[in-house]
Design a protein around this ligand. Structure first.
Ligand SMILES: Cc1cc2nc3c(=O)[nH]c(=O)nc-3n(C[C@H](O)[C@H](O)[C@H](O)COP(=O)(O)O)c2cc1C
Length: 334
């Protein structure tokens, strides 16, 4: 059972924090398609306390997306405390601490996965954060720094001892980055040493993987990252499979185009038309994957800077696909 804050969910599905991906618009789309909890992209504690404008935008959350966690990272305890207080003023359901980011500059500052090198220091920093806010604090981490220093069991225990409400374990070491197989077996080992909820993360790329993750481990939740980029239906599909229902082989083109436009429309409302259109470009390959003539349409979309023109192009494309579908159906009947 994933029980944190006001959230109480068996086999919860979490949308992972992802930089430049999990902004409000995408979080809303994933919530609408079945994600139980969503997280902001990681937000730099130093940027928060310096009142950096771009950083502060990442703290914005809206009621429609709840439950939502704000994820922060940093290596300096004073900065983490202050940043957590500021994050709390945005009223998230969870404050999540990133202890898993593998990027060089971040770990060098003792933040992200750098925390795993000093479990006592990590414990002290996170305890200071917990003592400074009312909001439940969770932690997302990895199994260890490298293959020879896997310390997730010690870390998980230390985190539970100081009052962390749940942990997400990315079942890779820091030295693996995002490559190689995530070893889910660590989830069962972690569940043996702590009683707080444990979320499994790493290599959950399809709805079938979600089912396998729950069947093979005692995870209370599964956190999906890359599997959700451009394919927010992974949550809906996974929920259907978990309920023993069939899922569609593929999402129909009209639904894909509709969700893509909804995503873009939400993004324009949140961050303005020009930025939304530019940022949406990275999603088109996911939304249009496998559709007839998709690469040509993608190229056209890359040239457009207005929502109304994107909408016009995509709706016209939807019409063409519909005509093709009918022509094919007639041909098969003949
Ligand atoms: C584009 C991208 C951005 C990411 N940004 C974050 C982040 O801001 N915070 C975080 O904790 N992890 C971040 N991650 C890591 C993911 O949350 C996740 O732990 C990792 O991708 C492993 O899960 P997967 O194998 O299902 O992709 C990011 C991953 C990707 C691909």
């Amino acid at each position: 059972m994933f029980k944190v804050s006001n959230i109480e969910k068996e086999k919860a599905l979490l949308l992972a924090p992802m930089e430049d991906v999990t902004d409000i618009s995408y979080r809303l789309v994933c919530r609408e398609l079945g994600a139980d909890v969503v997280y902001t992209e990681f937000v730099n504690a130093e940027g928060i306390i310096r009142k950096n404008e771009k950083t502060h935008k990442k703290l914005k959350i809206i009621d429609e997306e709840r439950p939502v966690g704000i994820q922060i990272y940093g290596g300096r305890v004073e900065a983490m405390i202050e940043a957590a207080r500021i994050a709390e003023s945005h009223n998230p359901d969870i404050i999540d601490i990133n202890a898993g980011c593998w990027v060089k500059g971040i770990v060098a500052a003792g933040a992200g996965a750098g925390m795993l090198k000093d479990p006592v220091g990590m414990q002290n920093t996170i305890k200071s954060v917990i003592d400074s806010v009312e909001t439940p604090v969770t932690v997302k981490t990895r199994i260890g720094w490298d293959h020879d220093s896997i310390n997730i069991l010690e870390v998980a225990k230390r985190l539970e001892d100081i009052g962390v409400k749940a942990i997400t374990v990315h079942c890779r070491t820091r030295s693996m980055g995002h490559k190689g197989d995530a070893d889910w077996e660590w989830i069962n080992k972690v569940k043996e040493v702590v009683s707080i909820p444990v979320a499994l993360n790493g290599n959950v790329l399809s709805a079938e993987d979600v089912v396998r993750a729950f069947n093979d481990t005692k995870a209370d939740a599964v956190m999906i990252a890359r599997g959700a980029i451009g394919y927010p239906w992974i949550f809906k599909d996974a929920k259907a499979l978990l309920a023993g229902l069939p899922i569609r082989d593929e999402i129909p083109y009209d639904e894909r185009i509709r969700v893509c436009l909804r995503h873009l429309k939400l993004a324009t409302e949140v961050k303005g038309e020009r930025r939304a259109i530019l940022e949406q470009r990275k999603y088109y390959s996911g939304y249009l994957k496998g559709l007839v003539n998709a690469s040509h349409i993608r190229q056209e979309l890359m040239k457009i800077l207005e929502y109304s023109i994107v909408e016009e192009l995509l709706l016209k494309y939807e019409q063409q696909l519909s005509q093709l579908e009918h022509a094919y159906a007639n041909f098969v009947q003949v």
